[in-house]
Ligand binder design. Structure first.
Ligand code: SF4
Length: 347
């Protein structure tokens, strides 16, 4: 859907009605007995106690910059204003941002500083504020957002998530986030247990994505092709069909409609986990991981549009991914019924 005009971020109304301030208060209270994500740790983060996500009272930030590698509708001509939060509540063993999500690269950031980062990105001309790995720092984001809005922030918020979110957290964000970008990772609970220690991931992700869609609806872009509002999905194809690509696409088509947008990604790589194991076994330092996050860039994804109606294969998309990682080269083919979402590979 295409819309004209300037972005009008959702949070402005909640700020004017003082609901944003109430959400900040509510979110910060929840830190005292943290069940903000499905890990349900029940630890007192207000006192800086930490558990699975290794994050206490304040969010840690690894970097913030105008990102020109995101989807075209997010990066536009001036970049997506990305803020990378350190640590993660899911931590897949194949994470491409291993140094940030597992090794915690970054530093503790007070709300005033986080607000300044948002304003700086706006000043640079970015099209949006892109919150990467926000699941475990929702109250801290709200706290900073309130300060940033008071000082003039007017960009749409992108909630860039693994989809391992609790409904409780997502409701705190209702009316505040403009664009949800969930990455639906696994269909099979056993694979989710094996690769992320989260057997409840598939069920959680389905509920979370339905809630995101309820809040913001399908993707809306402006006349220049820049996203203003809605859900934009991601999905990483994995060797051997481990991710359950076909099932996930079918589910998206049925639940969100065939107008849903999905970025099919192919940058799977596994080597960083082996680095992690070496660090854990005392055979290397976290610094040795730096600069090793791009080996999956050699993977190739081939996405064929549905054939003409006269073709016998009229009802299928064809996706072929060639994985070229140090340990092996593998080709995965997936056939997806075309009555499923709008698919595109990394643009
Ligand atoms: S946000 Fe962190 S501390 Fe809270 S439940 Fe999730 S992993 Fe545990």
């Amino acid at each position: 859907m295409i819309k004209r005009g300037k972005p009008h971020p959702a949070y402005l109304e909640l700020w004017q009605s003082r609901e944003l301030a109430r959400r900040v208060e509510l979110g910060l209270k929840k830190l005292a007995d943290c069940a903000l994500c499905p890990r349900n740790c029940h630890v007192n983060r207000s006192e800086d106690k930490k558990r699975v996500c290794r994050t206490g009272r304040y969010a840690a930030v690894s970097s913030h910059f105008a990102h020109f590698g995101e989807e075209r509708c997010l990066r536009g001509n001036h970049g997506s204003g990305t803020i990378f939060f350190s640590w993660c509540n899911l931590r897949c063993v194949f994470c491409q941002n291993y140094a940030i999500s597992w090794a915690g690269e970054g530093r503790s950031t007070k709300p005033e500083e986080l607000a300044e980062m948002m304003l700086e990105l706006q000043e640079e001309g970015c099209h949006n504020i892109n919150l990467v790995t926000p699941e475990h720092v929702v109250p801290q984001i709200l706290e900073a957002l309130l300060l940033a809005v008071e000082h003039g922030l007017r960009l749409p918020l992108v909630y860039n998530t693994s989809a391992y979110d609790s409904l409780d957290s997502l409701r705190l964000m209702d009316g505040i986030v403009d664009i949800y970008m969930p990455d639906f990772k696994f269909w099979d609970p056993e694979n989710a247990r094996r690769y992320a220690k989260a057997p409840d991931y598939p069920e959680t992700a389905r509920s979370a994505i339905k809630e995101m869609h309820r809040q913001v609806g399908p993707l809306v872009i402006d006349a220049h092709g820049v996203a203003l509002r809605g859900v934009l999905l991601r999905h990483l194809i994995m060797p051997g069909g481990v991710a359950g690509t076909q099932e996930i696409m079918n589910w998206i088509g049925c639940e969100l409609g065939t107008g849903a947008y999905v970025n099919l990604m192919a940058q799977y790589q596994a080597a960083l986990y082996h680095c992690f194991k070496r660090v854990r076994n005392g055979q290397g330092s976290p610094e040795s991981l730096k600069g090793r996050g791009h080996i999956g860039d050699h993977n190739k994804v081939f996405l064929a549009a549905p054939r003409t109606p006269s073709s016998a294969s009229a009802s299928l998309w064809f996706v072929r991914v060639t994985f070229s990682v140090p340990a092996f080269t593998a080709v995965t083919r997936v056939q997806i019924p075309s009555g499923t979402p709008n698919l595109f590979s990394r643009l």
